[in-house]
Design a protein around this ligand. Structure first.
Ligand code: GTP
Ligand code: SPV
Ligand code: MN
Length: 584
């Protein structure tokens, strides 16, 4: 088959494509340019094949419905490998395979797998095209759906290719949808070679290789070598009524509220506040010459959770998906409109395209929308700034029915690293497996850190040492429940009340109540204007149960045991200090 690369293409890239084509035997090779014509042609092709259903052109223009295989609806962590040369470097937090064994396994699967199919070469940039913090990649895939998603999620096409040609530096990502058999599905990472191989899945983080595979697993590994951090974090700009803007990053595990917080709409009772979205899922952080921590969003679009997205909970997201959106695994109304749990009425067809039955859910709980970030009404133009934004705060959080209070503040950076390392959260539909099981998810990076967690925490501590003006670190929990299983905190827009308290702390306007776990709001300091919330509920939300926290420390130390040989001594000291504070 003919491999006609655009003029000027780097020879290393051409020969990689030649090698992959020789192995996979595609009928055709297409070098993606990132143009609108190309996007239209690929879209038409998917409509013709029946894989895309056009949605109602009057209410959802240029939007498409897509269903994935029922056995391919979320990331599959047990099939995701980090293949470092030394097993110890991948750490107990990753599933490891010896690189040569992994490659021969993958070569066998890829052999001839693109016969009858098209091989697409997708050059992309993670981050603003002219930023020194950005990094480049090329995904080879046999899925037009993946190409269209990558085109939304990254800066994809000839501009990225030109940058790649200049430097010859790019992450190689090889993907084939394969036969979607979970027994033949592997997502392999070779961080030392900046190489990804993914076979047998067409879904989300398994297949859009720029996202979790590159921008988190490979990038975290590379960031450790180069002095930066790749994190599972949203980025937002927060302007107070006085006109002062602060930038905040927040790490919550999958489907725990990043997209929602990043697009927060202030409650009516808090006029004058404004939130802009810089990113909703991934942030790359680097110390700046000014001693502050600077951040970029490497992505250009959102691959967001659809269920629960409504005009009431997230009006910005709801508005931005009213056109130019790919919907994956949502239900369909009789008017050819997308539907998911939380929206009024009922759909006609479920997420697999079958007439709905007696009981839902009718959309898949991990159904997603893919949309260009620029369509977000709260899009922050700073997302294009090659320098990124300087952070005033980093927030960690999880989904915990009990224990973790609404908010607390770490004493300093190193304590904050412990707060991040201690994150635990109930599992969600974003990963294949049981939902609602509490698990330790340090920095919300359990599925995404491309190397040993012990080394990772040490890297966090090292980064902190370079910051003369570090962001304050906080922990939040929007998901504390009553014994009856009701959320105690209204969440969503009202989360701004918690952000406001943080800003006042950052600007040193207020002091706080010192507790063993950290600083917490004093009575009256959390803005409750216009909020219906019983005093007793607020007290419960801010309660620190010493006995429960002591039990938590036992659980934490148990969870950290596998990392003990590389656990930073600073973290050890922070644990001892916290245990000590809890005893007194
Ligand atoms: P990934 O894209 O998987 O990394 O997830 P995410 O962290 O961006 O999660 P997202 O914002 O999409 O939220 C997932 C689910 O949590 C949705 O169903 C939301 O409706 C729900 N959610 C988000 N914020 C809140 C909140 O403040 N309170 C409550 N109760 N639910 C929330
Ligand atoms: C997540 O699971 O954290 C996601 C969705 O953001 S995916 O891209 O599929 O990983
Ligand atoms: Mn995510």
């Amino acid at each position: 088959m003919l491999n006609v690369a655009p003029a000027g293409t780097h020879s290393a890239l051409i020969s990689w494509v030649d090698d992959v084509a020789a192995l996979t035997q595609p009928d055709r090779i297409v070098w993606c340019q990132g143009t609108d014509e190309e996007r239209h042609a690929l879209t038409d092709q998917l409509v013709q094949s029946g894989e895309f259903k056009p949605l109602n052109p009057a209410t959802y223009p240029h939007s498409y419905w897509y269903k994935s295989d029922p056995k391919d609806v979320a990331r599959t962590e047990h099939l995701t490998f980090v293949c470092t040369n030394a097993q110890a470097d991948a750490g107990p937090n990753n599933v490891w395979m010896e690189p040569a064994a992994a490659k021969s396994k993958m070569s066998a699967l890829f052999a001839g797998c693109m016969r009858g199919r098209t091989l697409y070469v997708v050059p992309y940039c993670m981050g603003p095209l002219n930023s020194p913090l950005s990094r480049y990649g090329v995904e080879i895939t046999d899925s037009a759906y993946v190409v269209l998603n990558m085109r939304i999620m990254t800066r994809m096409g000839l501009d990225a290719l030109r940058k790649i040609n200049d430097s010859g530096q790019f992450v190689r990502g090889l993907h084939s949808t394969g036969d979607l058999n979970p027994d033949r599905r592997f997502i392999m990472h070779f961080p030392e070679e900046r190489l990804i191989m993914s076979f047998g899945s067409g879904y989300g983080g398994n297949a859009l290789l720029g996202k979790k595979c590159h921008a988190l697993r490979i990038a975290s590994f590379q960031g450790r070598e180069e002095g930066w951090l790749a994190e599972h974090m949203l980025l937002l700009g927060l302007t107070s009524p006085t006109g002062q803007t602060h930038y905040v990053a927040a790490a919550f595990p999958s489907a725990c509220g990043k997209t929602n917080l990043a697009m927060l709409l202030p409650p009516e009772s808090m006029p004058g506040w404004k939130v802009t979205t810089i990113g909703d899922d991934i942030a790359w952080l680097q110390p700046g010459p000014d001693g502050r921590l600077w951040a970029i969003n490497p992505e250009a679009g959102y691959f967001g959770v659809a269920p629960g997205t409504t005009e009431k909970t997230n009006r910005n997201a709801f508005k931005m998906v009213q056109g130019n959106t790919i919907f994956t695994n949502v239900a369909l109304t009789e008017n050819q409109e997308p539907w998911w749990e939380g929206l009024p009425g009922k759909p006609a067809l479920d997420w697999q395209g079958n007439p709905i039955g007696e009981k839902g859910p009718y959309a898949h709980p991990n159904a997603r929308f893919t949309v260009d970030a620029k369509h977000n009404p709260s899009y922050g133009i700073e997302a294009e700034d090659p320098n990124g934004v300087p952070l005033s705060a980093i927030i960690f959080g999880g989904r915990r029915a009990s224990l973790a209070p609404l908010v607390y503040e770490a004493r300093d950076w190193n304590h904050g690293v412990l707060v991040g390392a201690s994150v635990a959260s109930e599992t969600t539909a974003a990963i294949t497996g049981q939902v609602g099981v509490l698990r330790r998810d340090p920095m919300a990076m359990k599925p995404f850190c491309g190397y040993h967690f012990g080394d990772y925490w040490q890297h966090w501590i090292n980064i902190g040492q370079q910051l003369t003006n570090p962001p304050k670190i906080f922990h939040v929990n929007w998901f504390r429940q009553s014994p009856q299983g009701q959320f105690l905190w209204p969440g969503f827009g009202d989360n701004l009340r918690v952000l406001e308290w943080m800003i006042k702390r950052i600007e040193r306007q207020i002091d706080a109540h010192d507790t063993p776990i950290g600083a917490m709001p004093k009575a009256g300091d959390l803005n409750r204007h216009g909020l219906q919330l019983d005093e007793a509920v607020l007290t419960e939300l801010l309660r620190v149960d010493r006995d429960a926290w002591q039990a938590e420390m036992v659980a934490l130390e148990e969870d950290l045991k596998p990392y003990s040989d590389r656990l930073p001594s600073v973290l050890r000291q922070e644990i001892d200090a916290l245990k000590n504070r809890l005893r007194h």
